[in-house]
Design a protein around this ligand. Structure first.
Ligand code: ADP
Ligand code: MG
Length: 593
Protein backbone atom coordinates (compact mmCIF):
# COMPACT_ATOMS: atom_id res chain seq x y z
CA UNK A 1 0.00 0.00 0.00
CA UNK A 2 2.76 2.41 0.97
CA UNK A 3 4.65 1.61 -2.18
CA UNK A 4 1.51 2.48 -4.10
CA UNK A 5 1.16 5.82 -2.32
CA UNK A 6 4.84 6.60 -2.79
CA UNK A 7 4.55 5.92 -6.49
CA UNK A 8 1.35 7.98 -6.66
CA UNK A 9 3.06 10.82 -4.88
CA UNK A 10 6.07 10.72 -7.16
CA UNK A 11 4.01 10.56 -10.33
CA UNK A 12 1.16 12.86 -9.41
CA UNK A 13 2.90 16.04 -10.48
CA UNK A 14 4.40 14.81 -13.77
CA UNK A 15 1.08 13.25 -14.75
CA UNK A 16 -0.88 16.38 -13.83
CA UNK A 17 1.60 18.53 -15.74
CA UNK A 18 1.47 16.26 -18.77
CA UNK A 19 -2.32 16.28 -18.82
CA UNK A 20 -2.59 20.05 -18.52
CA UNK A 21 0.11 20.74 -21.09
CA UNK A 22 -1.17 18.05 -23.46
CA UNK A 23 -4.87 18.91 -23.16
CA UNK A 24 -4.90 21.13 -26.27
CA UNK A 25 -3.67 18.19 -28.37
CA UNK A 26 -6.66 16.09 -27.36
CA UNK A 27 -9.95 16.37 -29.21
CA UNK A 28 -11.64 18.29 -26.39
CA UNK A 29 -14.11 21.08 -27.19
CA UNK A 30 -12.78 24.64 -27.44
CA UNK A 31 -15.02 25.59 -24.55
CA UNK A 32 -13.05 23.28 -22.25
CA UNK A 33 -9.82 24.90 -23.32
CA UNK A 34 -11.21 28.35 -22.60
CA UNK A 35 -12.36 27.26 -19.16
CA UNK A 36 -9.07 25.55 -18.48
CA UNK A 37 -7.25 28.72 -19.50
CA UNK A 38 -9.26 30.64 -16.93
CA UNK A 39 -8.53 28.02 -14.26
CA UNK A 40 -4.81 28.32 -15.01
CA UNK A 41 -4.96 32.11 -14.79
CA UNK A 42 -6.91 31.95 -11.54
CA UNK A 43 -4.55 29.35 -10.10
CA UNK A 44 -1.55 31.63 -10.48
CA UNK A 45 -3.27 34.36 -8.46
CA UNK A 46 -4.59 31.87 -5.90
CA UNK A 47 -1.06 30.49 -5.53
CA UNK A 48 0.06 33.91 -4.34
CA UNK A 49 -2.82 34.00 -1.88
CA UNK A 50 -1.94 30.56 -0.58
CA UNK A 51 1.46 31.96 0.26
CA UNK A 52 0.20 35.29 1.57
CA UNK A 53 -3.02 34.35 3.34
CA UNK A 54 -2.75 30.64 3.91
CA UNK A 55 0.86 30.37 4.93
CA UNK A 56 1.76 33.83 6.16
CA UNK A 57 -1.69 34.59 7.60
CA UNK A 58 -2.08 37.96 5.85
CA UNK A 59 -5.53 38.27 4.34
CA UNK A 60 -5.74 40.29 1.14
CA UNK A 61 -8.95 41.23 -0.65
CA UNK A 62 -7.02 43.41 -3.08
CA UNK A 63 -5.18 40.82 -5.15
CA UNK A 64 -7.29 41.51 -8.28
CA UNK A 65 -5.78 44.98 -8.42
CA UNK A 66 -2.31 43.47 -8.90
CA UNK A 67 -3.72 41.31 -11.68
CA UNK A 68 -4.84 44.61 -13.19
CA UNK A 69 -1.35 46.06 -12.86
CA UNK A 70 0.04 43.20 -14.95
CA UNK A 71 -2.81 43.36 -17.46
CA UNK A 72 -2.69 47.13 -17.93
CA UNK A 73 1.09 47.04 -18.23
CA UNK A 74 0.60 44.60 -21.10
CA UNK A 75 -2.16 46.65 -22.72
CA UNK A 76 -0.42 49.99 -22.45
CA UNK A 77 3.05 48.81 -23.38
CA UNK A 78 2.05 46.58 -26.27
CA UNK A 79 -0.81 48.61 -27.81
CA UNK A 80 -0.02 52.20 -26.92
CA UNK A 81 3.79 52.04 -26.88
CA UNK A 82 4.12 49.24 -29.38
CA UNK A 83 6.64 47.51 -27.13
CA UNK A 84 7.43 43.81 -26.92
CA UNK A 85 5.00 41.82 -24.77
CA UNK A 86 7.97 40.26 -22.99
CA UNK A 87 9.20 43.69 -22.00
CA UNK A 88 5.65 44.41 -20.85
CA UNK A 89 5.82 41.32 -18.65
CA UNK A 90 9.01 42.54 -17.02
CA UNK A 91 7.58 46.03 -16.56
CA UNK A 92 4.32 44.63 -15.15
CA UNK A 93 6.20 42.52 -12.64
CA UNK A 94 8.43 45.44 -11.71
CA UNK A 95 5.39 47.69 -11.20
CA UNK A 96 3.82 45.03 -9.01
CA UNK A 97 7.01 44.83 -6.94
CA UNK A 98 7.13 48.59 -6.49
CA UNK A 99 3.41 48.88 -5.70
CA UNK A 100 3.55 45.96 -3.26
CA UNK A 101 6.66 47.35 -1.63
CA UNK A 102 5.07 50.74 -1.07
CA UNK A 103 1.70 49.36 0.05
CA UNK A 104 3.41 46.75 2.19
CA UNK A 105 5.63 49.29 3.93
CA UNK A 106 2.53 51.34 4.67
CA UNK A 107 0.15 48.59 5.77
CA UNK A 108 1.89 45.35 6.77
CA UNK A 109 2.61 46.54 10.29
CA UNK A 110 -1.12 46.77 10.90
CA UNK A 111 -2.56 44.08 13.08
CA UNK A 112 -5.85 42.26 13.41
CA UNK A 113 -8.62 43.34 11.08
CA UNK A 114 -6.90 46.54 10.00
CA UNK A 115 -4.75 44.81 7.43
CA UNK A 116 -7.62 43.15 5.51
CA UNK A 117 -9.46 46.47 5.64
CA UNK A 118 -6.40 48.20 4.24
CA UNK A 119 -6.26 45.68 1.38
CA UNK A 120 -9.85 46.57 0.51
CA UNK A 121 -8.89 50.24 0.47
CA UNK A 122 -5.88 49.96 -1.77
CA UNK A 123 -7.63 47.37 -3.93
CA UNK A 124 -10.41 49.87 -4.58
CA UNK A 125 -7.97 52.74 -5.01
CA UNK A 126 -5.90 50.91 -7.63
CA UNK A 127 -9.05 49.83 -9.43
CA UNK A 128 -10.40 53.40 -9.54
CA UNK A 129 -7.05 54.59 -10.78
CA UNK A 130 -7.26 52.16 -13.69
CA UNK A 131 -10.80 53.28 -14.43
CA UNK A 132 -10.07 57.00 -14.40
CA UNK A 133 -6.74 57.38 -16.14
CA UNK A 134 -7.04 58.94 -19.56
CA UNK A 135 -4.00 57.10 -20.87
CA UNK A 136 -5.44 53.74 -19.74
CA UNK A 137 -8.65 54.37 -21.65
CA UNK A 138 -10.81 54.98 -18.59
CA UNK A 139 -13.77 52.57 -18.36
CA UNK A 140 -13.33 51.40 -21.95
CA UNK A 141 -9.83 50.20 -21.23
CA UNK A 142 -7.40 49.24 -23.96
CA UNK A 143 -8.45 47.13 -26.92
CA UNK A 144 -6.65 45.36 -29.68
CA UNK A 145 -3.98 43.55 -27.66
CA UNK A 146 -2.32 41.14 -30.08
CA UNK A 147 -1.90 37.46 -29.29
CA UNK A 148 1.48 36.28 -28.04
CA UNK A 149 4.15 35.00 -30.30
CA UNK A 150 6.54 32.37 -28.94
CA UNK A 151 9.57 31.44 -31.10
CA UNK A 152 7.64 32.47 -34.19
CA UNK A 153 4.53 30.49 -33.22
CA UNK A 154 1.35 32.53 -32.78
CA UNK A 155 -0.22 31.27 -29.56
CA UNK A 156 -3.65 32.74 -30.24
CA UNK A 157 -6.10 32.75 -27.32
CA UNK A 158 -7.02 29.09 -27.22
CA UNK A 159 -4.99 25.93 -27.45
CA UNK A 160 -1.62 27.56 -28.01
CA UNK A 161 -1.99 29.96 -25.11
CA UNK A 162 -3.21 27.10 -22.94
CA UNK A 163 0.24 25.55 -23.09
CA UNK A 164 1.89 28.79 -22.01
CA UNK A 165 -0.62 29.56 -19.24
CA UNK A 166 -0.29 26.11 -17.74
CA UNK A 167 3.47 26.00 -18.16
CA UNK A 168 3.66 29.26 -16.23
CA UNK A 169 1.20 28.05 -13.58
CA UNK A 170 3.13 24.82 -13.07
CA UNK A 171 6.48 26.58 -12.92
CA UNK A 172 5.06 28.99 -10.35
CA UNK A 173 3.71 26.06 -8.33
CA UNK A 174 7.12 24.40 -8.33
CA UNK A 175 8.74 27.69 -7.33
CA UNK A 176 6.35 28.21 -4.42
CA UNK A 177 6.75 24.57 -3.36
CA UNK A 178 10.52 24.95 -3.36
CA UNK A 179 10.21 28.20 -1.47
CA UNK A 180 8.05 26.75 1.28
CA UNK A 181 10.59 24.02 1.88
CA UNK A 182 13.50 26.35 2.44
CA UNK A 183 15.09 28.67 4.95
CA UNK A 184 12.96 31.53 3.62
CA UNK A 185 9.86 29.32 3.58
CA UNK A 186 10.28 28.27 7.19
CA UNK A 187 10.53 31.94 8.10
CA UNK A 188 7.33 32.69 6.15
CA UNK A 189 5.58 29.69 7.71
CA UNK A 190 6.36 31.04 11.16
CA UNK A 191 4.60 34.37 10.51
CA UNK A 192 1.06 33.26 11.21
CA UNK A 193 1.45 31.87 14.73
CA UNK A 194 5.10 32.14 15.69
CA UNK A 195 6.23 35.74 15.27
CA UNK A 196 7.73 36.15 18.76
CA UNK A 197 9.62 32.90 18.42
CA UNK A 198 10.78 33.72 14.89
CA UNK A 199 12.10 37.10 16.02
CA UNK A 200 13.90 35.37 18.90
CA UNK A 201 15.53 33.11 16.29
CA UNK A 202 16.91 36.16 14.50
CA UNK A 203 14.21 36.42 11.82
CA UNK A 204 12.82 39.80 10.78
CA UNK A 205 9.16 38.91 10.54
CA UNK A 206 8.33 42.19 8.82
CA UNK A 207 10.82 41.45 6.09
CA UNK A 208 9.16 38.12 5.35
CA UNK A 209 5.68 39.60 5.44
CA UNK A 210 6.90 42.02 2.81
CA UNK A 211 8.47 39.24 0.76
CA UNK A 212 5.26 37.16 0.83
CA UNK A 213 3.26 40.24 -0.12
CA UNK A 214 5.54 41.10 -3.02
CA UNK A 215 5.61 37.51 -4.30
CA UNK A 216 1.82 37.30 -4.23
CA UNK A 217 1.61 40.59 -6.12
CA UNK A 218 4.10 39.42 -8.75
CA UNK A 219 2.19 36.18 -9.27
CA UNK A 220 -1.00 38.19 -9.71
CA UNK A 221 0.72 40.49 -12.22
CA UNK A 222 1.99 37.51 -14.22
CA UNK A 223 -1.55 36.19 -14.36
CA UNK A 224 -2.73 39.64 -15.46
CA UNK A 225 -0.22 39.77 -18.27
CA UNK A 226 -1.38 36.38 -19.54
CA UNK A 227 -5.00 37.44 -19.06
CA UNK A 228 -4.52 40.52 -21.24
CA UNK A 229 -3.20 38.36 -24.07
CA UNK A 230 -5.97 35.85 -23.54
CA UNK A 231 -8.82 38.41 -23.57
CA UNK A 232 -6.98 40.67 -26.05
CA UNK A 233 -8.46 43.61 -24.21
CA UNK A 234 -8.30 45.09 -20.72
CA UNK A 235 -10.84 47.13 -18.82
CA UNK A 236 -11.21 47.82 -15.09
CA UNK A 237 -14.07 45.37 -14.38
CA UNK A 238 -12.11 42.13 -13.83
CA UNK A 239 -9.75 43.84 -11.39
CA UNK A 240 -12.26 45.12 -8.86
CA UNK A 241 -13.08 44.17 -5.31
CA UNK A 242 -15.58 41.50 -6.45
CA UNK A 243 -12.84 39.62 -8.16
CA UNK A 244 -10.51 40.17 -5.21
CA UNK A 245 -13.02 38.41 -2.98
CA UNK A 246 -13.37 35.64 -5.53
CA UNK A 247 -9.61 35.05 -5.61
CA UNK A 248 -9.53 34.88 -1.84
CA UNK A 249 -12.44 32.47 -2.00
CA UNK A 250 -10.47 30.18 -4.32
CA UNK A 251 -7.50 30.10 -1.98
CA UNK A 252 -9.64 29.51 1.11
CA UNK A 253 -11.86 26.92 -0.53
CA UNK A 254 -9.00 24.97 -2.07
CA UNK A 255 -6.98 24.97 1.09
CA UNK A 256 -5.06 27.95 2.24
CA UNK A 257 -1.62 26.74 3.03
CA UNK A 258 -1.39 24.12 0.31
CA UNK A 259 0.08 24.81 -3.10
CA UNK A 260 -2.25 22.32 -4.81
CA UNK A 261 -5.19 23.79 -2.95
CA UNK A 262 -4.79 26.86 -5.17
CA UNK A 263 -5.41 24.74 -8.27
CA UNK A 264 -8.24 22.84 -6.67
CA UNK A 265 -9.87 26.06 -5.46
CA UNK A 266 -9.48 27.78 -8.82
CA UNK A 267 -10.98 24.79 -10.62
CA UNK A 268 -13.91 24.39 -8.26
CA UNK A 269 -14.71 28.11 -8.22
CA UNK A 270 -14.61 28.28 -12.00
CA UNK A 271 -17.04 25.38 -12.28
CA UNK A 272 -19.38 26.77 -9.62
CA UNK A 273 -19.20 30.19 -11.24
CA UNK A 274 -20.26 28.79 -14.63
CA UNK A 275 -23.05 26.68 -13.17
CA UNK A 276 -24.38 29.55 -11.10
CA UNK A 277 -24.30 31.98 -14.01
CA UNK A 278 -26.72 29.67 -15.80
CA UNK A 279 -28.67 28.48 -12.80
CA UNK A 280 -29.22 31.60 -10.74
CA UNK A 281 -30.82 33.84 -13.37
CA UNK A 282 -33.09 30.94 -14.29
CA UNK A 283 -34.05 30.48 -10.65
CA UNK A 284 -34.36 34.15 -9.83
CA UNK A 285 -35.86 35.20 -13.10
CA UNK A 286 -33.45 38.05 -13.71
CA UNK A 287 -29.80 38.31 -14.59
CA UNK A 288 -26.97 39.83 -12.60
CA UNK A 289 -23.83 38.89 -10.71
CA UNK A 290 -25.75 36.82 -8.18
CA UNK A 291 -22.96 34.29 -7.91
CA UNK A 292 -21.02 36.75 -5.76
CA UNK A 293 -23.73 36.45 -3.11
CA UNK A 294 -23.52 32.68 -3.21
CA UNK A 295 -19.72 32.86 -2.97
CA UNK A 296 -20.03 35.06 0.08
CA UNK A 297 -22.35 32.61 1.80
CA UNK A 298 -20.26 29.60 0.86
CA UNK A 299 -17.09 31.40 2.00
CA UNK A 300 -18.59 31.85 5.44
CA UNK A 301 -19.67 28.20 5.55
CA UNK A 302 -16.24 27.03 4.45
CA UNK A 303 -14.52 29.21 7.04
CA UNK A 304 -16.79 27.76 9.70
CA UNK A 305 -16.87 24.08 8.78
CA UNK A 306 -13.74 23.45 6.71
CA UNK A 307 -11.33 26.25 7.59
CA UNK A 308 -8.42 24.31 6.12
CA UNK A 309 -10.11 23.96 2.75
CA UNK A 310 -10.83 21.08 0.42
CA UNK A 311 -7.25 20.05 -0.16
CA UNK A 312 -6.90 18.83 3.44
CA UNK A 313 -9.59 16.24 2.74
CA UNK A 314 -7.36 14.83 0.02
CA UNK A 315 -4.20 15.24 2.03
CA UNK A 316 -5.64 13.48 5.06
CA UNK A 317 -6.07 10.36 2.97
CA UNK A 318 -2.45 10.34 1.89
CA UNK A 319 0.11 8.90 4.30
CA UNK A 320 2.85 11.32 5.29
CA UNK A 321 6.19 10.39 3.86
CA UNK A 322 9.14 11.31 6.08
CA UNK A 323 11.66 13.64 4.52
CA UNK A 324 14.46 11.54 3.02
CA UNK A 325 17.61 11.90 5.10
CA UNK A 326 19.98 13.17 2.43
CA UNK A 327 22.28 15.15 4.69
CA UNK A 328 24.35 12.46 6.38
CA UNK A 329 27.53 13.52 4.61
CA UNK A 330 26.81 17.27 4.59
CA UNK A 331 29.54 19.64 5.80
CA UNK A 332 29.26 20.96 9.32
CA UNK A 333 28.05 24.53 9.73
CA UNK A 334 30.66 26.97 10.93
CA UNK A 335 30.77 27.58 14.70
CA UNK A 336 31.44 30.92 16.35
CA UNK A 337 34.39 30.72 18.73
CA UNK A 338 33.02 30.79 22.29
CA UNK A 339 34.07 33.60 24.65
CA UNK A 340 37.02 32.68 26.91
CA UNK A 341 36.04 31.23 30.29
CA UNK A 342 35.60 33.86 32.95
CA UNK A 343 35.00 36.75 30.55
CA UNK A 344 32.14 39.01 31.58
CA UNK A 345 29.30 38.18 29.20
CA UNK A 346 26.15 39.72 30.48
CA UNK A 347 25.58 42.64 32.80
CA UNK A 348 22.04 43.11 33.98
CA UNK A 349 21.90 46.48 35.71
CA UNK A 350 18.81 47.56 37.66
CA UNK A 351 16.40 46.26 35.04
CA UNK A 352 12.81 47.14 35.69
CA UNK A 353 9.53 46.14 34.09
CA UNK A 354 6.18 47.58 35.00
CA UNK A 355 2.92 46.25 33.61
CA UNK A 356 0.56 49.09 34.42
CA UNK A 357 0.74 49.33 38.19
CA UNK A 358 2.43 45.96 38.65
CA UNK A 359 6.19 45.96 39.06
CA UNK A 360 7.06 42.56 37.59
CA UNK A 361 10.81 43.12 37.74
CA UNK A 362 12.03 45.59 40.31
CA UNK A 363 15.53 46.99 39.60
CA UNK A 364 17.19 43.59 39.41
CA UNK A 365 20.96 43.38 38.85
CA UNK A 366 23.24 40.42 38.30
CA UNK A 367 25.96 39.35 35.92
CA UNK A 368 27.00 36.24 34.07
CA UNK A 369 30.54 35.19 33.19
CA UNK A 370 31.50 32.85 30.38
CA UNK A 371 31.49 29.18 31.31
CA UNK A 372 29.05 29.45 34.21
CA UNK A 373 25.69 27.82 34.74
CA UNK A 374 23.55 30.31 36.61
CA UNK A 375 20.20 29.46 38.14
CA UNK A 376 17.37 31.98 38.41
CA UNK A 377 14.85 30.75 40.93
CA UNK A 378 11.90 32.08 42.85
CA UNK A 379 8.24 31.35 43.49
CA UNK A 380 5.68 31.61 40.68
CA UNK A 381 5.16 35.17 39.59
CA UNK A 382 8.53 36.27 40.93
CA UNK A 383 9.44 37.82 37.58
CA UNK A 384 11.87 35.23 36.22
CA UNK A 385 10.32 34.84 32.78
CA UNK A 386 9.91 38.59 32.51
CA UNK A 387 13.60 38.98 33.30
CA UNK A 388 14.34 36.57 30.44
CA UNK A 389 12.15 38.64 28.16
CA UNK A 390 13.99 41.82 29.15
CA UNK A 391 17.40 40.30 28.53
CA UNK A 392 16.42 38.86 25.15
CA UNK A 393 14.53 41.93 23.93
CA UNK A 394 11.18 40.17 23.75
CA UNK A 395 9.84 42.91 26.06
CA UNK A 396 11.09 46.50 26.22
CA UNK A 397 12.66 47.64 29.50
CA UNK A 398 10.86 50.18 31.65
CA UNK A 399 14.28 51.23 32.91
CA UNK A 400 17.72 49.81 33.53
CA UNK A 401 20.51 48.56 31.31
CA UNK A 402 21.63 45.27 29.82
CA UNK A 403 25.02 44.87 28.22
CA UNK A 404 26.52 41.97 26.33
CA UNK A 405 30.30 41.66 26.31
CA UNK A 406 30.59 45.31 27.26
CA UNK A 407 28.09 46.70 24.74
CA UNK A 408 24.57 47.82 25.50
CA UNK A 409 21.87 45.62 24.04
CA UNK A 410 18.97 47.33 25.80
CA UNK A 411 16.33 48.46 23.32
CA UNK A 412 17.53 46.18 20.52
CA UNK A 413 14.88 43.96 18.91
CA UNK A 414 15.13 40.33 19.95
CA UNK A 415 16.38 39.25 16.51
CA UNK A 416 19.43 41.51 16.91
CA UNK A 417 20.13 40.10 20.34
CA UNK A 418 19.83 36.58 18.96
CA UNK A 419 22.39 37.47 16.29
CA UNK A 420 24.87 38.43 19.01
CA UNK A 421 24.86 34.90 20.37
CA UNK A 422 22.09 34.85 22.97
CA UNK A 423 19.45 32.21 22.47
CA UNK A 424 16.55 31.07 24.56
CA UNK A 425 13.61 28.79 25.11
CA UNK A 426 10.19 29.86 26.30
CA UNK A 427 8.32 28.82 29.42
CA UNK A 428 5.22 28.42 27.26
CA UNK A 429 6.61 26.49 24.32
CA UNK A 430 6.59 28.50 21.11
CA UNK A 431 6.77 26.45 17.95
CA UNK A 432 5.07 25.88 14.63
CA UNK A 433 2.82 22.89 15.37
CA UNK A 434 2.22 22.01 11.72
CA UNK A 435 5.92 21.81 10.95
CA UNK A 436 7.94 18.70 11.79
CA UNK A 437 10.24 18.62 14.79
CA UNK A 438 13.20 18.74 12.41
CA UNK A 439 11.86 21.82 10.60
CA UNK A 440 11.17 23.59 13.87
CA UNK A 441 14.70 22.95 15.00
CA UNK A 442 16.02 24.04 11.61
CA UNK A 443 14.51 27.48 12.27
CA UNK A 444 17.32 27.90 14.79
CA UNK A 445 19.91 27.67 12.02
CA UNK A 446 18.33 30.62 10.21
CA UNK A 447 20.94 33.13 11.36
CA UNK A 448 23.76 30.81 10.33
CA UNK A 449 22.56 30.46 6.74
CA UNK A 450 21.89 32.83 3.90
CA UNK A 451 19.86 31.50 0.95
CA UNK A 452 17.55 34.20 -0.39
CA UNK A 453 14.06 34.01 -1.85
CA UNK A 454 15.11 33.62 -5.48
CA UNK A 455 17.70 30.95 -4.67
CA UNK A 456 15.09 29.09 -2.65
CA UNK A 457 12.49 29.21 -5.44
CA UNK A 458 15.00 27.91 -7.95
CA UNK A 459 16.14 25.16 -5.53
CA UNK A 460 19.69 26.52 -5.60
CA UNK A 461 19.86 26.30 -1.80
CA UNK A 462 20.02 22.53 -1.48
CA UNK A 463 23.64 22.24 -0.30
CA UNK A 464 22.97 24.77 2.45
CA UNK A 465 19.67 23.06 3.30
CA UNK A 466 21.54 19.80 3.82
CA UNK A 467 23.94 21.56 6.17
CA UNK A 468 21.00 23.07 8.07
CA UNK A 469 19.22 19.74 8.44
CA UNK A 470 22.44 17.98 9.40
CA UNK A 471 22.89 20.55 12.16
CA UNK A 472 19.26 20.26 13.31
CA UNK A 473 19.55 16.49 13.28
CA UNK A 474 22.77 16.66 15.32
CA UNK A 475 21.20 18.89 17.97
CA UNK A 476 18.13 16.65 18.18
CA UNK A 477 20.36 13.66 18.62
CA UNK A 478 22.31 15.32 21.39
CA UNK A 479 19.05 16.01 23.22
CA UNK A 480 17.86 12.45 22.63
CA UNK A 481 15.08 13.26 20.20
CA UNK A 482 16.40 12.28 16.80
CA UNK A 483 13.99 9.35 16.61
CA UNK A 484 11.08 11.81 16.57
CA UNK A 485 12.37 14.32 14.06
CA UNK A 486 9.79 13.53 11.38
CA UNK A 487 6.80 13.93 13.70
CA UNK A 488 4.70 17.07 13.64
CA UNK A 489 5.81 19.25 16.51
CA UNK A 490 2.21 19.83 17.56
CA UNK A 491 1.80 16.10 18.26
CA UNK A 492 4.53 15.99 20.91
CA UNK A 493 3.86 15.99 24.64
CA UNK A 494 5.00 19.01 26.59
CA UNK A 495 8.28 17.53 27.83
CA UNK A 496 9.57 16.62 24.36
CA UNK A 497 8.36 19.99 23.05
CA UNK A 498 10.61 21.68 25.59
CA UNK A 499 13.53 19.52 24.53
CA UNK A 500 12.81 20.43 20.93
CA UNK A 501 13.04 24.10 21.86
CA UNK A 502 16.43 23.49 23.44
CA UNK A 503 17.63 21.79 20.25
CA UNK A 504 16.32 24.76 18.25
CA UNK A 505 18.14 27.21 20.50
CA UNK A 506 21.32 25.15 20.19
CA UNK A 507 20.98 25.32 16.42
CA UNK A 508 21.64 29.07 16.67
CA UNK A 509 25.13 28.26 17.99
CA UNK A 510 24.66 30.43 21.10
CA UNK A 511 27.32 31.69 23.47
CA UNK A 512 24.68 32.22 26.13
CA UNK A 513 21.64 29.99 26.39
CA UNK A 514 18.63 30.98 28.49
CA UNK A 515 16.37 28.09 29.41
CA UNK A 516 12.98 28.80 31.00
CA UNK A 517 11.91 25.73 33.00
CA UNK A 518 13.54 23.20 30.66
CA UNK A 519 12.90 20.22 32.92
CA UNK A 520 9.18 20.84 33.45
CA UNK A 521 7.20 17.91 32.13
CA UNK A 522 10.21 15.61 31.95
CA UNK A 523 10.47 12.27 33.73
CA UNK A 524 13.27 11.59 36.19
CA UNK A 525 15.46 9.80 33.66
CA UNK A 526 14.93 12.51 31.08
CA UNK A 527 15.88 15.15 33.62
CA UNK A 528 19.13 13.36 34.34
CA UNK A 529 19.85 13.12 30.64
CA UNK A 530 19.09 16.83 30.22
CA UNK A 531 21.41 17.74 33.11
CA UNK A 532 24.16 15.71 31.43
CA UNK A 533 23.61 17.55 28.15
CA UNK A 534 23.74 20.93 29.90
CA UNK A 535 27.02 19.99 31.60
CA UNK A 536 28.39 18.87 28.27
CA UNK A 537 27.38 22.23 26.79
CA UNK A 538 29.22 24.04 29.54
CA UNK A 539 32.22 21.90 28.70
CA UNK A 540 31.96 23.17 25.11
CA UNK A 541 32.05 26.77 26.30
CA UNK A 542 28.32 27.54 26.25
CA UNK A 543 27.17 29.66 29.18
CA UNK A 544 23.76 28.91 30.66
CA UNK A 545 21.12 30.79 32.57
CA UNK A 546 18.24 28.63 33.66
CA UNK A 547 14.94 29.06 35.40
CA UNK A 548 13.85 25.84 37.01
CA UNK A 549 11.52 24.74 39.76
CA UNK A 550 13.06 21.35 40.39
CA UNK A 551 15.47 22.20 43.21
CA UNK A 552 17.49 18.99 42.92
CA UNK A 553 18.04 19.77 39.27
CA UNK A 554 19.10 23.36 39.96
CA UNK A 555 21.25 22.65 43.01
CA UNK A 556 23.16 19.85 41.35
CA UNK A 557 23.86 21.75 38.15
CA UNK A 558 24.44 25.43 38.82
CA UNK A 559 27.54 27.32 39.87
CA UNK A 560 25.63 30.28 41.22
CA UNK A 561 21.99 31.08 41.88
CA UNK A 562 20.00 34.31 41.79
CA UNK A 563 16.81 34.21 43.85
CA UNK A 564 13.85 36.46 43.06
CA UNK A 565 10.64 37.12 44.94
CA UNK A 566 7.86 39.54 43.97
CA UNK A 567 10.02 41.01 41.22
CA UNK A 568 12.91 41.78 43.55
CA UNK A 569 16.23 40.05 43.87
CA UNK A 570 16.26 38.35 47.24
CA UNK A 571 19.80 37.00 47.26
CA UNK A 572 22.56 35.57 45.15
CA UNK A 573 25.06 32.87 46.07
CA UNK A 574 26.30 29.35 45.58
CA UNK A 575 23.73 26.54 45.75
CA UNK A 576 24.89 25.77 49.30
CA UNK A 577 24.47 29.38 50.41
CA UNK A 578 21.03 29.60 48.86
CA UNK A 579 19.94 26.35 50.46
CA UNK A 580 21.08 27.58 53.84
CA UNK A 581 19.34 30.94 53.58
CA UNK A 582 16.35 31.39 55.89
CA UNK A 583 15.01 34.17 53.64
CA UNK A 584 14.87 31.84 50.64
CA UNK A 585 13.14 29.18 52.67
CA UNK A 586 10.60 31.67 53.86
CA UNK A 587 9.99 32.82 50.29
CA UNK A 588 9.33 29.27 49.15
CA UNK A 589 7.31 28.16 52.13
CA UNK A 590 4.31 30.17 51.06
CA UNK A 591 4.07 28.57 47.63
CA UNK A 592 6.01 25.33 47.57
CA UNK A 593 7.28 22.59 49.82
P1 ADP B 1 7.74 33.89 36.83
O1 ADP B 1 8.31 33.51 35.52
O2 ADP B 1 8.77 34.16 37.87
O3 ADP B 1 6.73 32.90 37.31
P2 ADP B 1 6.65 36.13 35.38
O4 ADP B 1 7.85 36.87 34.96
O5 ADP B 1 5.99 35.29 34.36
O6 ADP B 1 6.96 35.26 36.67
O7 ADP B 1 5.57 37.15 35.92
C1 ADP B 1 5.88 38.13 36.88
C2 ADP B 1 4.65 38.95 37.12
O8 ADP B 1 4.37 39.75 36.00
C3 ADP B 1 3.40 38.13 37.39
O9 ADP B 1 2.65 38.77 38.38
C4 ADP B 1 2.69 38.14 36.07
O10 ADP B 1 1.31 38.03 36.26
C5 ADP B 1 3.07 39.50 35.52
N1 ADP B 1 3.13 39.51 34.07
C6 ADP B 1 3.95 38.78 33.30
N2 ADP B 1 3.80 39.06 32.01
C7 ADP B 1 2.84 40.00 31.95
C8 ADP B 1 2.23 40.73 30.88
N3 ADP B 1 2.58 40.53 29.59
N4 ADP B 1 1.27 41.63 31.20
C9 ADP B 1 0.92 41.85 32.48
N5 ADP B 1 1.46 41.22 33.51
C10 ADP B 1 2.41 40.31 33.28
MG1 MG C 1 7.99 31.95 34.40
Amino acid sequence: MNAFFNAARRWAFPVFALVMLGLPLLPVPDFWITQSNMVGLYSIVALGLVLLTGVAGLTSFGQAAFVGVGAYAAGYMVVTLNASPWLALVVGMALAVVAALLLGLLTLRMSGHYLPLATICWGLALNYTMANMEFLGKYDGINGIPSLDLFGVDLGSGRGLHVLIWAVALVCAVGVTNLLDSRVGRAIRSLKTGSTMAEAMGISTFRYKLIAFILAAVLAAISGWLFAHFQRTVNPTPFGLNKGIEYLFMAVLGGVGHVWGAFLGAGVVKIIEDELQVLLPALLGSSGNFEVIVFGIVLILVLKYAPDGLWTFIQKRLPTVPRPVDWTDADHMAHEPKPPKGQRLLDVDKVRKEFGGLVAVNDVSFHIDAGEIIGLIGPNGAGKSTTFNLITGVLPLTSGAVSWRGQSIAGLPSREIARRGISRTFQHVKMIPEMTVLENVALGAYIRSGANTVQAMLALDKAEERRIFAEAHRQLKRIGMDDRMHELAGNLALGPQRLMEIARALCTDPSLLLLDEPAAGLRHKEKKALAAVLRQLRGEGVTLLLVEHDMDFVMGLTDRIVVMEFGTKLMEGTPAEVQASPAVRAAYLGTEH
